[in-house]
Design a protein around this ligand. Structure first.
Ligand code: C2O
Length: 458
């Protein structure tokens, strides 16, 4: 699956972004200060992503005509280190234009991979993305053109950035969740009118592009699972048959400390990093499942199973999870926080069903954001349905829910806003001027207008 070729950089390869100033602006995780014993020179990581038609075997003996990067779904997993320069050669061999978005990465605006910052890459054309990876964490990449079709057909993949001093686990796994909607002939279904309203959910549930996946973990061991929700609209209320697990990371890397839970909610676009195990009951079969979650009154939720985790024979463990994983310095001190922007998520009936709105407009043009200025935004959901709010290019902290202050323990780029709820986020734009956007990560809602773009200005 892994086709990335890792090349050693010329020693003089210039950095395109100044990491020190990125960190200093505090728009992202504070680097952990532990000094590492191994000093690794930053490298250039070269990856070719040819977007093309492919036969996707989503279950044993069951294939569907799909679109994949390098002909695989998910696309090749990209792994690099903080400070490396990622160089991606996109080749478009699709019958329509495309572009690649680097979800969650704090990269220069010109590399964000949206139609606002670059021309769409036409069939037969190529484009080179080149940027430094400033933060460790679990990210992903996906098409940002005709997304409701291109992502559904398979144009997405995981991007893992490793920090210099990651906690030790017995194994590291990446699980990309996706659901596929097939029509009666077994082809990828066309977008229905109802999808525009409620978002598209499919009947085939896949982990890393395959249904019915089974994993095995040795009894006594602890694994790090990095989970990406690449579904168009499906929320995943992740559970391991009710067993406890520990959340160690969010969208923007490790959280302050591990948090023990029995479930966690992943909206489309979201990532979570968890410590799975240790389990003592050798031979147990644990369901990797998603519990009922009602994100809209228009859908009756069901509990569904994504895969199975088997507990294998016992093995010694080397895992150690430090009490403090990262330092998340609050951007806003406790107490009342006055927003300097209101982003209202709304809807309107039209002759073609629903338009999804930001501040009463489709594709809202929002006011500029000044570099270095603290942003406190109230995301007000005026609809009766949940929306996953996603901000490109900057991590934020969730500082209040319905006006009640919360203590941020992680950095996020995607947050769920429950129907009628107000979520307050805070971020500070570091020095990366250009056009950025935010939108609902239910792809059909994004396409139907629930997005805004704004300039970051000096
Ligand atoms: Cu993953 Cu514009 O989004």
């Amino acid at each position: 699956m892994k086709t990335a070729c890792h090349q050693v950089a010329l020693p003089t390869a210039p950095a395109t972004t100044d990491l020190a100033s990125l960190y200093a602006a505090r728009s992202g995780p504070t680097p952990r200060t532990t000094t590492t014993t191994t000093t690794r020179e930053p490298q250039e990581v070269h990856v070719t992503l040819e977007a093309r038609e492919t036969q996707w075997e989503f279950a044993p003996g069951r294939t569907v005509t799909a679109w994949g990067y390098q002909g695989v779904v998910p696309g090749p997993m990209i792994v690099a280190y903080v400070g490396d320069t990622l160089v991606v050669h996109l080749i478009n061999n699709l019958p329509e234009p495309t572009v690649i978005l680097w979800h969650g990465l704090r990269l220069p605006a010109s590399m964000d991979g949206t139609e606002s910052v670059q021309l769409l890459v036409q069939p037969g054309e190529t484009f080179e993305y080149r940027f430094v990876l400033p933060d460790a964490g679990t990210f992903w990449y996906h098409s940002h053109a005709n997304e409701t079709v291109q992502i559904e057909r398979g144009l997405y993949g995981a991007l893992i950035v490793l920090g210099p001093d990651e906690p030790t686990f017995d194994a590291d796994r990446v699980l990309v969740l996706d659901d596929l909607k097939l029509d009666r002939k077994g082809r990828i279904a066309k977008t229905a009118l109802f999808d525009r309203h409620s978002g598209r959910e499919g009947q085939v549930l896949m982990i890393n592009g395959r249904a019915d996946q089974a994993f095995e973990i040795a009894a006594g061991q602890i694994e790090r699972w990095r989970i990406v929700n690449a579904c168009s609209a499906r929320y995943v209320r992740l559970s391991f048959g009710g067993r406890p697990f520990r959340i160690i990371g969010a969208d923007g890397g490790l959280r302050e400390s591990a948090m023990t839970v029995t479930e966690t909610l992943l909206t489309p676009g979201d990532r979570v990093e968890i410590a799975v195990g240790p389990f003592e009951d050798e031979g147990a079969e644990i369901a990797i499942e998603s519990l009922k979650y009602r994100r809209t009154m228009m859908k009756w939720p069901r509990r569904v199973q994504w895969g199975t985790l088997r507990v294998g024979p016992r093995a010694p463990s080397v895992a150690s999870i430090p009490a403090t994983l990262a330092t998340v310095v609050p951007l806003v001190p406790p107490g009342p926080a006055t927003p300097n922007r209101i982003v209202r998520l709304g809807a309107r009936m039209t002759f073609h069903g629903h338009d999804w709105l930001i501040n009463d407009e489709t594709h809202h043009h929002d006011a500029p954001v000044k570099v270095g200025e603290l942003q406190i935004w109230n995301i007000v959901n005026e609809t009766g349905m949940d929306h996953p709010f996603h901000l490109h290019g900057f991590f934020f902290q969730v500082i209040a829910l319905d006006g009640v202050r919360t203590e941020p323990t992680s950095w996020e780029d995607t947050v769920n806003v429950v129907g009628k709820q107000t979520v307050t986020i805070a971020f500070r734009a570091d020095d990366r001027p250009g056009t950025w956007m935010y939108h609902c990560h239910i792809l059909e809602h994004h396409a139907a207008g629930m997005m805004g773009h704004f300039e970051v200005v000096r």
